[in-house]
Design a protein around this ligand. Structure first.
Ligand SMILES: Nc1ncnc2c1ncn2[C@@H]1O[C@H](COP(=O)(O)OP(=O)(O)OP(=O)(O)O)[C@@H](O)[C@H]1O
Length: 334
């Protein structure tokens, strides 16, 4: 397995009696976009601060690019770009000047700094606003400038804390596309924290659900989706005309099928066995293995028509709510 870019081992932070982060284990791979997803107060920012060496863990370790962040925060800082949820700029100076300033602070010579700053402004779609004072930038523009600001030192990893906070939907779409592009085309490893399910779902390769200082689940969407039902299971949705109770029993009797549910219980005209349905009925079938061909064949054998068929995948929304409703269900990490 590839060496992890970020590796947290039993990372714990206590404030007095209060445990903000509790024994967190996590490995993030090179080039991955990882979403740390959790409600306010879950401990996301505290975790990020420990990865950067800005807060000392009570116990456990945080390694970034193979460097212990607690012991060598300056070395980590050189290789990691961090964008806090509220990026600060010199308001009476232009976007370009702000970037050049950051570049100079990072030891980039003056000429290269200007070139790189202009290049990045172009990259984040702010070329036209390069000379404008940042005090007059919109929230979305500030976030894009923030991204350029963390990229100027050519980091290997970027850590973004709530990067889309307060941006309008179009701005969010653009920012997320940009982050994805950076990861895919330049091999950047990205860790982003958010409480916005849909945004995380759009761009992250893997997601960690973080609640009460604990990672309660972690994996790609398929893994989390399978965990929802407590084991490997498949779900498929069929749109059927001529749905009837016999067909329902016949599908339920197929080996491996766990449940058969018609979306509309009034779908059976007259009710009872043998009653024929009108119109299209959507039926959800879950099974322990993929039985889609068997289901399709059975529908047709029974004289009904199959007008649609979709494998079902749980969205992060369902997963998030399921885990949150389930409360503290212990740690499940993949
Ligand atoms: N310096 C501190 N002293 C005491 N408690 C703190 C301190 N910093 C954070 N906490 C507490 O630790 C918990 C986790 O906070 P943290 O900021 O890490 O959460 P978060 O997931 O980033 O939430 P948000 O989305 O609101 O930023 C919260 O209950 C917070 O009140």
């Amino acid at each position: 397995m590839e060496q992890a870019v970020i590796e947290l081992k039993r990372l714990t932070k206590q404030y007095g009696e209060f445990t903000a982060v509790a024994g967190l284990n996590l490995a993030i791979r090179p080039g991955e976009i990882f979403g740390l997803l959790g409600p306010n107060g879950a401990g996301k920012t505290t975790t990020i601060l420990m990865m950067l060496g800005l807060t000392e863990p009570t116990s456990g370790t945080a390694e970034v690019c193979g460097i212990d962040a607690t012991r060598n925060p300056m070395q980590v800082k050189r290789r990691v770009g961090y964008m806090p949820d509220d990026v600060g700029f010199y308001e009476d100076r232009s976007g370009l000047d702000n970037l050049v300033y950051t570049a100079r602070l990072n030891g980039i010579p003056a000429k290269d700094a200007r070139e790189r700053a202009a290049e990045l402004l172009e990259r984040v779609g702010l070329a036209d606003a390069a000379g404008k004072k940042t005090g007059a930038y919109s929230r979305g523009m500030r976030q894009r400038l923030g991204l350029a600001d963390v990229l100027i030192k050519r980091p290997e990893v970027i850590i973004l804390d709530e990067p889309t906070l307060g941006i309008d939907p179009e701005g969010v779409r653009e920012l997320l596309a940009l982050i994805r592009d950076l990861s895919r085309n330049e091999g950047l490893t990205v860790l982003l924290s958010s409480h916005h399910l849909h945004q995380v779902q759009q761009i992250c390769d893997r997601v960690g659900l973080f609640v009460g200082g604990k990672l309660i689940a972690c994996g790609d969407l398929d893994t989390l989706s399978r965990e929802l039902d407590g084991g490997p299971s498949h779900a498929v949705e069929l749109d059927v005309t001529g749905w009837n109770a016999e067909l329902a029993s016949s599908l339920a009797a197929l080996p491996e099928v766990n449940s058969v549910e018609a979306a509309d219980s009034d779908a059976l005209v007259g009710g009872g066995a043998g009653a024929k349905g009108r119109g299209i009925v959507t039926v959800r079938v879950t099974s322990t293995s993929d039985v889609t061909p068997l289901l399709a064949a059975r529908v047709i054998e029974q004289g009904a028509s199959l007008v649609g068929l979709r494998p079902l995948r749980y969205g992060l929304d369902d997963i998030y709510h399921r885990y949150f409703e389930g409360g503290d269900s212990g740690e499940r990490v993949h």
